[in-house]
Design a protein around this ligand. Sequence first.
Ligand SMILES: [Zn+2]
Length: 138
Amino acid sequence: MQERPFSDISYEEFLNEEKLMGSKCKKCGALSVPPRPICIKCYGNEMDWVEMKGKGKLAAFTSIAVGPPFMIEEGYDREHHYCSGVVGLEEGVRIVARIEGVDTSMPETIKIGTPLTVQFLHRGEGEKMRTFLAFKPL
Ligand SMILES: [Zn+2]
């Protein structure tokens, strides 16, 4: 795995393979998801790939009414909001992801601290395939 550069492109390739990968600094052990070639803590530039278990808790969320075009194609609009959240992974990293399986029409039912598990949403085919990171309640 080491041969892949620590870039957004590699990160997206791994998402296509249903792996949530981050970089871990060889020097200080700091984790980054998505991966970064340079450590955010010690500026070291030697990294290892690590796979996240894909478990975490909801740390924050927003209900989004006007999404990017691919979300509008999926039927989300001003009446059908989708939920974007910050997930605190078990590994201690926070990432932004789409939150599935929650009722955005009743945001008061969405609870901070809800245990979540990762989901990989594949869209498009072949060369155009993209995978979006999402989480849903356990
Ligand atoms: Zn470091």
